[in-house]
Ligand binder design. Structure first.
Ligand SMILES: *Cc1c(COP(=O)(O)O)cnc(C)c1O
Length: 347
């Protein structure tokens, strides 16, 4: 065994969805966001896991990403596309029965011309300035759109992971101003928005990261476990260095393990000299620079020679590891490499 072992607990994903689902009222639909291949964990498998729990609405970023969901679940579910109706997407939107979330007047025109009568939703910009129609654009097409019976009208919160941020209320007010009284099905909240409370839930919520065990959903069950095999162990004397650039040197005699994973596997180089691997409850610091395929780890504190060391485990969550690398859990998950031996369990 020469690569890391990535274990993905599908039961954790189901439990996280169910808990997030219970946070909103009975008449609020809880969807699942499976963009970026299910946050790196295999969107088809995630979808197949969530269907029996009751998920019937899935969101992807790009039309191409929907094919894995359709392959698994056939026509039993609705798949929405955040990027809307892009040039070149018409056949895919038609053949896979996708619901594009139209972001602009141009996309609306393209959709109505290319696929008249085909379902669509609308994405509104309420201040994030990323995707969606702005208030003036919406006002110009609103009556036309309402007459065409869109499947969903949605927007996205920029600061939902900070509950006290004034932007949340501001965007909520803007969303209401743009959509109140139109009789349309509405969605505003992702994981962070669900936690902000029922005012933010409208008719459908769209959790992503919370399903996969990441912040801001603090009570998420962990989903991934990553264990790395030790290739070699050596003893170094005081003053010896480890790895490229001699960025770490031993202040006392030390025992160094070289494990088989590196930045090519998504273990960011920013973790150099800056995080730990774990052997049961014992932290073993990363020493020296993270290489492409290897990481040096100080295992001096361990009573025996380890065969593996864990980097994502009960002692170090995706968010804790992300913190060490100066990033967020989303980036750790979606960077998980293709070389790991992936094992899916359901416990
Ligand atoms: C990614 C995304 C989501 C899911 O967000 P999480 O923070 O992962 O729950 C929901 N809506 C939109 C528009 C997104 O881009």
């Amino acid at each position: 065994m020469s690569t890391g072992n990535l274990t993905i607990n599908l039961k954790g994903i189901t439990n996280n969805w169910s808990t997030l689902d219970r946070m909103s009222a009975e008449n609020v639909e809880t969807a699942a966001v499976v963009k970026a291949d299910g946050y790196g964990l295999d969107s088809g498998r995630v979808a197949r896991t969530l269907y029996p729990a009751g998920v019937r609405h899935f969101f992807v970023a790009a039309a191409e990403e929907a094919s894995a969901i359709r392959r698994e679940l056939g026509d039993n579910v609705t798949i929405y596309v955040f990027s809307g109706h892009m040039r070149g997407d018409t056949d895919m939107i038609h053949d896979l029965h996708l619901v594009p979330l139209l972001n602009s007047f141009d996309q609306l025109t393209r959709h109505l011309e290319a696929l008249p009568g085909h379902a669509f939703g609308v994405q509104l910009d309420t201040g994030m300035n990323r995707l969606g129609m702005e208030a003036s654009e919406w006002e110009a097409v609103r009556d036309l759109v309402v007459g065409l019976n869109p499947s969903l009208v949605m927007s996205h919160l920029a600061c939902a992971d900070e509950p006290d941020h004034p932007m949340n209320r501001q965007q909520l007010a803007q969303f209401c101003a743009m959509t109140d009284g139109l009789g349309l099905k509405r969605s505003l909240a992702a994981t962070g928005g669900i936690l902000l409370g029922p005012e933010y839930h409208f008719d459908m919520t769209r959790p992503g990261i919370g399903l996969y065990g990441g912040a801001p959903y603090a009570h998420a069950e962990s989903v991934v476990h990553l264990s790395l095999p030790v290739i070699q162990i050596r003893d170094v004397a005081e003053g010896e260095t480890v790895g490229y650039g001699n960025s770490w040197s031993a202040s006392a005699p030390a025992r160094i393990a070289t494990v088989a994973a590196g930045y090519a596997d998504g273990l960011l180089r920013a973790l150099s000299n800056n995080a730990s691997l774990w052997h049961e409850g014992q932290a073993c610091p990363i020493v020296g620079r993270v290489s492409m395929d290897m990481i040096g780890v100080d295992v001096t504190a361990l009573p025996q020679l380890p065969e593996t060391l864990d980097i994502l485990c009960p002692y170090q969550s995706v968010d804790e590891l992300a913190d060490k690398a100066g990033t967020i859990g989303y980036e750790i998950l979606t960077s998980l490499g293709a070389r790991y031996a992936r094992r899916y369990v359901n416990q």
